[in-house]
Design a protein around this ligand. Sequence first.
Ligand SMILES: [Mg+2]
Length: 277
Amino acid sequence: MPQDPESGEGDWAARLEPLRREPGRAAVLSDVDGTLAPIVERAADAAVPAAAREALAALAERYALVGCISGRRAIEARRLVGLDTLAYAGNHGLELLLPGEETPRADPSVAGRESEAAEFLDIVDGRLEAAGLRREDKGPIQALHWRGAEDEATAESRAREIANEAGRAGLEPRWGRKVLELRPAGGGGKDGAVASLLADERLDRAAYAGDDRTDLDAFRRLRGLREEGRLSAAVCVGVLSAEAPAELAEESDVTVGGLDGWLAILEWLAAPEGSAA
Ligand SMILES: [Mg+2]
């Protein structure tokens, strides 16, 4: 059984045991970047290691639902993970791509407002590059990245100014690891993605792993479903890093020291009960 430095093995295994005991009623949900795929300088270069892909493929054969919830577009998340037997919630829950489906379903709450963030950034576009901010077009969500900028601190303070302007223009700014995302107010969120994915009544136990601030929305929803009695077991796994927000460890049921810790848990979940894994 894998050991983890951050939380005792007995602790996480005991918490996750209800999932492994009845995989036919269990959902295993995971963020992608920083949780399955190591963070890299440019998001386009990210990759999910083969061992993680194999563990997820094995889980998908035994568990009622295995899903990835990402800030990337759903199609892009599926390309990165490389498995179409999983469910994908993309753009932090604004898109849902179910196993075997070719086209993601859009969150109806942003219908008609899909271009608001792009139109706002078109106006400030000329100031982005000079500030060291790279723009990423994700449809209804527009992201500004400063990882690897010549002067990351200056780029971040520029991003804060833009976030304030965007807020005044009616958009919702959300912060991630060296990224600012602007989106139409009131749409999706990883909390909404968790609720959609767990809507199937056969599911009564779930785990979610994430490494960043937007994952806390998913944690809170999972915890809420447990408190309502909708789930009999809900386990929030925090994947820690030097860049992790302080609240991540505070709001996790289980913490692991990095991606390898989550991979060890995935492999343990995939192994039939009673095996040594
Ligand atoms: Mg992440």
